[in-house]
Design a binder for this molecule. Structure first.
Ligand code: ZN
Length: 358
């Protein structure tokens, strides 16, 4: 009886709480999302099975994160051993083929941390996804586009850039906090000139990084991007720098202040619905400086973890939307519907296709 009363009061309390505090979406205008979307920020990974050359370090494999990641890919350690790392890519494609809204993804390679001479820093490397492997996978499926990752310390970096472009790369991805490059390093000017010549945008993680067991978050400061921006590189600041602070200021505010100064600066909305970044959603959706500069991305497979759950948005979504989201099994459809219902405009979903000319 007591249990029953507690449950009843909790439910009543929750309903009253929601009625009083309901805020609705972050934007006044909510539209039905468009179809034919491209997700420009999708990860794969691997342990080297099936000849992929991919690596997950012993440290990460021993951590609880390893199982969570494989589960978020809809797979398991047994499965990657049996079918090879390619199984993770096959599952992405199955899911895209089944999606109502998303037609394709940019699949990202991830270069290793490299020292001044370009050699891999083995004891800092947690995840490595080689360009050759991603290029090979992308060639298997029309739904996939190649996102290359080339550390600028590599002695063959310029050749790697050309090779990637020839093999279909649509952008280059950096994760400075993990890979250890400082975008403001003048040694990288020739690299920047090369990616301008090849017309490859540079997708750079900005803000803190929380997916690995170690990180150097000083390198997530958006201010470090002034050098490539001033040279004319098209830079996409991943996650709108939506976490962490640099020199006492929120990274997102440091990025927003640069938007007017550099028309070649863009940002992606991947991972913004995660519990640790949602506080910035209202700002990202409404800031005028970001109009026309935001690109839709997911940061898959992280959209399949508990840190992204529609129930967090009890005060922003109506009950019909909540129910629909809870019953949407396809991760891409769920992500599109959630972001759209929260107030991201259709233009954000349509931009990757135009921007990357796909
Ligand atoms: Zn990512």
């Amino acid at each position: 009886m007591l249990i029953f009363l507690i449950i009843l009061w909790s439910v009543v309390g929750l309903i009253v709480f929601r009625l009083i505090l309901f805020k609705g979406p972050y934007s006044k205008k909510v539209e039905d999302p468009p179809k034919g979307i491209i997700d420009m920020h999708c990860h794969t990974a691997g342990i080297g099975t099936g000849g992929s050359g991919a690596v997950i370090s012993g440290n990460l494999r021993d951590s609880w994160k390893y199982d969570v990641y494989l589960r978020s890919f809809g797979s398991s350690d047994d499965e990657v051993h049996e079918y090879g790392d390619q199984i993770l890519v096959d599952k992405i494609v199955d899911s895209i083929q089944d999606s109502e809204y998303v037609d394709g993804v940019v699949l990202l390679a991830l270069d290793a941390p490299r020292d001044e001479k370009g050699s891999i820093v083995e004891d800092e490397m947690e995840v490595y996804v080689p360009n050759e492997y991603v290029a090979e996978q992308v060639a298997r499926y029309p739904e996939l586009y190649f996102g290359a990752s080339i550390h600028p310390n590599r002695p063959d970096a310029l050749n790697q850039l050309s090779w990637s472009k020839e093999n279909g790369a649509v952008l280059v991805k950096w994760l400075p906090n993990i890979q250890g490059m400082d975008p403001s390093n003048e040694r990288y000017i020739t690299y920047y000139k090369k990616i301008i010549e090849l017309d490859l945008p540079l997708l750079v993680h900005t803000g803190n990084e929380e997916s690995f067991t170690r990180t150097n978050d000083l390198l997530g400061d958006p201010e470090l991007l002034r050098l490539p921006l001033s040279l004319g590189v098209k830079v996409i600041a991943a996650h709108v720098a939506s976490s962490g602070k640099s020199e006492g200021y929120e990274n997102i505010d440091r990025l927003l202040e640069m938007m007017d100064e550099y028309p070649n600066l863009y940002a992606d909305i991947s991972s913004l619905t995660q519990i640790n970044k949602r506080k910035n959603l209202g700002k990202v959706i409404n800031d005028k400086r970001l109009v026309g500069r935001l690109l839709y991305g997911t940061d898959y497979p992280l959209i399949n973890t508990v840190i992204v759950n529609p129930l967090q948005y009890l005060l922003n979504l109506n009950l019909k939307q909540l129910k629909d989201l809870l019953f949407t099994r396809n991760p891409w459809d769920r992500d599109v519907k959630l972001k759209s219902a929260l107030g991201f405009s259709n233009d954000v979903f349509e931009t990757p296709k135009e921007f990357l000319r796909l």
